[in-house]
Design a protein around this ligand. Structure first.
Ligand code: ZN
Ligand code: MN
Length: 497
């Protein structure tokens, strides 16, 4: 959809709520959904004399993320006050990091499973730790025109991850966010739940437009209030078109006007102008005198590096190579998160057929999880049981549709494979019985034999159908195989035995 008349330039700012038990500088709970203002204390409400103490776990989770994002981690990092006045910020400043963030200069690779763009390196400018503000609620009940403040969220640890403007399309923006969220899930550092606000995105966008003088850039716009990755993609499409039209009408360029903030209206599918964006000088950043700088020894970073498990990109490569599955299948499995990867590996190992395992996960398992709205951890069929089923199929004892019936029965009843086989009345028809059946069919249907001998292999389908009418437990693939074998042993018409 990108117009060839311009290039879209996007940089993202992502705030991720870290999965800590308590807040960044006090012992209050970070649990979501409690009664308003029940999780506060003198520190997070900023009462005079209360002193902040750094939560070590928040630092640990941030370092883990920084390592995974290939960031440089300086030996020394410090805390700064970002001053602004807003009712949901009782201290009058946010404790953040200004000139010495805990990490910088990293990158995340993104690629498009549908191949619309080449693999791209999106650079990370910095990732720093800061505390969250409270929540303002305006006019939430009809007829009551007031504003209320809930300070439960005040002081919750956030990691702010800022990308370079290396993103070149709305689709890339969505894929970057999806990959980042996946990574954070593998690292177990955040729930990344956008509905609960544990992942929030601001997107900076402008256009590069070729003209007679070379290339001009439109003013940068920051888009806020985007509540889903899809919304980010749509907002970027809208904003690109809007900026292009605006440029055609006014010729306005980067530097002509100050940076604008616009909010995404998901209902109307448009962005709308908001307040002018503060320059960083407006925040009067100053070092926080209540907090000591943090020293991060190189050994600590090394230890985190060695403890970091296999991350999505490496995992995709390994699954592909080790199990000979396609890049697409590896992508689907890895993108579901670590528990599904574990399920696949067990299924592949125990069934001895990784390709079949991959197909069944993609088709039957994932479809079931979606239908039942459950996670793989809640799936009632253990990998070991499904592996037995796949083994039976692999041995030709079950065809696809019988296999599906069995899995369905196991899901619905919670029975083992053996119990389900018995309950569905699936008997194993042994090879001798199958051969006898086929011999009879071949004998009774000479026209099929003639057709097959004349090169029409598909004619054997008629025999398979008849076999299934007689016994629904027979495996069609096996019947086809045996019949063709028997026919090939017969002398063809007109040929002397
Ligand atoms: Zn507190
Ligand atoms: Mn921030």
């Amino acid at each position: 959809m990108t117009s060839p008349d311009y290039e879209i330039v996007i940089g993202l700012e992502v705030h991720v709520q870290l999965k800590t038990v308590s807040k960044l500088f006090c012992g209050c709970s970070t649990e979501f959904g409690a009664e308003p203002n029940t999780q506060t204390c003198p520190v997070c409400t900023g009462l005079p004399g209360a002193l902040p103490v750094l939560n070590g776990q928040a630092m640990e989770l941030s370092l883990r993320t920084a390592v995974a994002l290939n960031c440089e981690i300086p030996r020394l990092t410090k805390w700064d006050r970002k001053n602004y006045y807003y009712p949901d910020l009782p201290k009058g400043y946010q404790i953040s990091q200004f000139d010495l963030p805990m990490s910088q200069y990293g990158w995340l690779m993104i690629s498009d499973p549908e191949g619309e763009f080449e693999e791209r390196k999106i650079r990370i400018i910095r990732a720093h730790l800061e505390e969250d503000a409270g929540k303002s609620m305006h006019d939430e009940e009809a007829g009551i025109a007031d504003s209320r403040i809930d300070l439960n969220r005040t002081g919750t640890p956030l990691l702010e991850i800022v990308s370079e403007p290396d993103i070149r399309s709305p689709r890339q923006a969505r894929i970057f966010l999806t990959e980042l969220k996946l990574l954070l899930g593998y690292l177990d550092v955040s729930d990344c739940n956008m509905q609960e606000g544990s992942l929030r995105v601001d997107a900076n966008i402008n256009l590069h437009i070729p003209d007679q003088e070379g290339m001009i850039a439109t003013p940068i716009v920051e888009v806020k209030n985007v509540n889903s990755f899809r919304a980010v993609e749509r907002a970027m499409h809208f904003e690109a078109e809007r900026q292009y039209e605006r440029w055609q009408q006014t010729g306005e360029r980067l530097g002509d006007v100050s940076k604008q903030t616009r909010g995404w209206d998901d209902q109307a599918q448009v962005t709308r102008a908001q307040r002018h964006k503060e320059e960083s000088s407006d925040y009067r950043y100053l070092p926080d005198p209540d907090l000591v700088p943090v020293i991060v020894p190189a050994e600590r970073v090394e230890l985190i590096r060695t403890q970091t498990g296999e991350l999505p990109a490496a995992l995709r490569d390994r699954l592909q190579q080790q199990y000979m599955i396609t890049a697409y299948t590896a992508d689907v499995i890895v993108n579901q998160g670590r528990p599904l990867v574990d399920y696949f590996v067990e299924l592949a190992e125990k069934s001895g057929n990784a390709v079949l395992a991959g197909n069944w996960i993609q088709q039957d398992v994932l479809r079931t999880l979606k239908e039942l709205e459950i996670s793989i951890e809640q799936f009632t069929v253990p990998a070991a049981s499904l592996a037995e089923l796949l083994t039976m199929m692999d041995a030709g004892q079950l065809d696809n549709s019988r296999g599906r019936d069995l899995l369905q029965a196991m899901i619905e009843s919670g029975d083992t494979l053996e119990q389900s086989v018995a309950r569905l009345g699936i008997e194993q028809v042994d090879d001798a019985a199958l051969e006898e059946l086929c011999r009879q069919l071949v004998e009774d249907n000479p026209h099929v034999v003639t057709d097959v001998q004349a090169g029409k292999q598909q004619a054997v389908g008629a025999l398979v159908g008849k076999a299934r009418q007689q016994n629904s437990n027979v495996n069609p693939a096996r019947i086809k195989e045996i019949c063709l074998e028997l026919i090939s042993q017969l002398p063809s018409a007109g040929e002397n035995p």
